[in-house]
Design a protein around this ligand. Structure first.
Ligand SMILES: [Zn+2]
Length: 46
Protein backbone atom coordinates (compact mmCIF):
# COMPACT_ATOMS: atom_id res chain seq x y z
CA UNK A 1 0.00 0.00 0.00
CA UNK A 2 1.07 3.55 -0.71
CA UNK A 3 0.07 6.53 1.37
CA UNK A 4 -1.84 9.46 -0.04
CA UNK A 5 0.41 12.36 1.03
CA UNK A 6 -2.48 14.82 1.14
CA UNK A 7 -5.05 13.10 3.36
CA UNK A 8 -3.01 10.17 4.74
CA UNK A 9 -5.28 7.44 3.36
CA UNK A 10 -3.77 4.16 2.19
CA UNK A 11 -3.92 3.60 -1.56
CA UNK A 12 -3.55 0.28 -3.38
CA UNK A 13 -0.86 0.89 -6.04
CA UNK A 14 -2.05 -1.95 -8.26
CA UNK A 15 -5.48 -0.38 -8.48
CA UNK A 16 -4.60 3.32 -8.31
CA UNK A 17 -6.34 5.67 -10.71
CA UNK A 18 -4.91 8.89 -9.38
CA UNK A 19 -1.14 9.12 -9.54
CA UNK A 20 1.42 11.79 -10.27
CA UNK A 21 5.16 11.89 -10.60
CA UNK A 22 7.17 14.50 -8.77
CA UNK A 23 10.98 14.70 -8.81
CA UNK A 24 11.25 11.08 -9.97
CA UNK A 25 8.90 9.60 -7.35
CA UNK A 26 5.39 8.38 -8.04
CA UNK A 27 2.71 9.46 -5.58
CA UNK A 28 -0.68 7.83 -5.16
CA UNK A 29 -3.93 9.54 -4.25
CA UNK A 30 -7.35 8.40 -3.13
CA UNK A 31 -9.11 10.82 -5.45
CA UNK A 32 -8.66 13.48 -8.10
CA UNK A 33 -9.15 16.17 -5.47
CA UNK A 34 -6.11 15.10 -3.44
CA UNK A 35 -4.05 14.79 -6.61
CA UNK A 36 -4.92 18.33 -7.66
CA UNK A 37 -4.08 19.70 -4.23
CA UNK A 38 -0.70 17.97 -4.34
CA UNK A 39 0.10 19.18 -7.85
CA UNK A 40 -0.67 22.77 -6.88
CA UNK A 41 1.83 22.76 -4.05
CA UNK A 42 3.78 19.48 -3.72
CA UNK A 43 6.25 20.84 -1.18
CA UNK A 44 3.50 21.36 1.36
CA UNK A 45 2.85 17.61 1.45
CA UNK A 46 6.38 16.19 1.43
ZN1 LIG B 1 -6.74 11.60 -0.38
Amino acid sequence: MAKDPVCGMEVDESNAKHTTEYEGTTYYFCCEHCKMKFEKNPKEYL
